[in-house]
Design a protein around this ligand. Structure first.
Ligand SMILES: [Fe+2]
Length: 261
């Protein structure tokens, strides 16, 4: 059994600033405290983008300070709010592909983790261009291992119109890249939506979760303004074993009573 942590949408800002009435760095530090207390045995921690709210250098500095508190390797990717250049300054060891995109492969137990870069400067929707999709296709063709895929933007609609219009703008290159090997993709993890959502897409199981700072309310009507909320922040605890991927979500600030049933 292998355990890993899934964090998403930390949206860090400059030190001393608040975002929607909250301190994103304090929230992340509380998330890290919880992981250290309950899940320090996790093999690794993935962070699926929107690491910073406006891509500020100081946000990445604080992010590095907090993530360095974790004893396990941390594998971050970019979201639409991130700055690729400023991220690279503070995370120079995170690999990039030959075109400079923050895309890489990492072993996760018996699985092969493939991490994608859907950031496109100055827009909110995601882009996996032909270059990035070609890289993905080549990685999928390299071996026969089962794959876990990580990306910030979902490649499909989740039923919240204000978020669906800023998902992956053109899923075509992504779909073509995975078409021949999608039976080997055992789970797709993403961020961006700031809500817990589970399902499957063309037979690929997927999950996402709330961010560590602010959330998106459940509005399935045709409202095109993004409905914010302060529902409880979460991180994911993922358990992997032969043929099984189990995703738990932990509301790490929940202080409700615990008792024996
Ligand atoms: Fe976000």
């Amino acid at each position: 059994m292998l355990k890993f942590i899934h964090i998403t949408d930390t949206h860090l800002v400059e030190e001393g600033q608040v975002l929607y009435g909250l301190d994103p760095c304090l929230r992340l530090s509380q998330c890290v405290d919880s992981i250290l207390h309950d899940h320090s045995d996790a093999a690794l921690c993935v962070v699926t983008g929107d690491l910073a709210h406006v891509g500020h250098r100081d946000a990445y500095r604080q992010l590095a300070v907090q993530l360095h508190r974790l004893p396990m390797p941390v594998l971050p990717i970019l979201g639409n709010h991130d700055s690729r250049g400023n991220f690279k300054e503070h995370f120079p060891r995170v690999p990039t592909d030959v075109n400079g995109f923050v895309q890489y492969v990492a072993p996760i137990g018996q699985y092969r983790g493939i991490f994608l870069d859907t950031n496109e400067p100055r827009v909110s929707h995601g882009v996996l261009c032909e270059q990035r999709a070609q890289w993905l296709k080549e990685r999928l063709a390299e071996d026969e291992q089962p794959v876990l895929l990580f990306m910030h933007h979902p490649a499909f609609h989740v039923g919240i119109p204000s978020m669906d219009c800023i998902s992956l703008l053109d899923a075509g290159p992504f779909q073509r890249a995975i078409e021949a090997e999608k039976h080997r993709i055992k789970h797709l993890f993403f961020g961006h939506i700031h809500r817990p959502i589970f399902g499957s897409w063309h037979g690929i199981p997927f999950s996402t979760l709330r961010g560590t700072n602010h959330q998106v309310a459940l509005r399935l009507d045709d409202c095109m303004k993004v409905p914010g909320s302060h529902e409880p922040p979460q991180y994911g605890v993922v358990l992997l074993d032969e043929g099984i991927v189990t995703v738990h979500l932990h509301d790490f600030l929940d202080a409700s009573e615990r008792f024996w049933l």
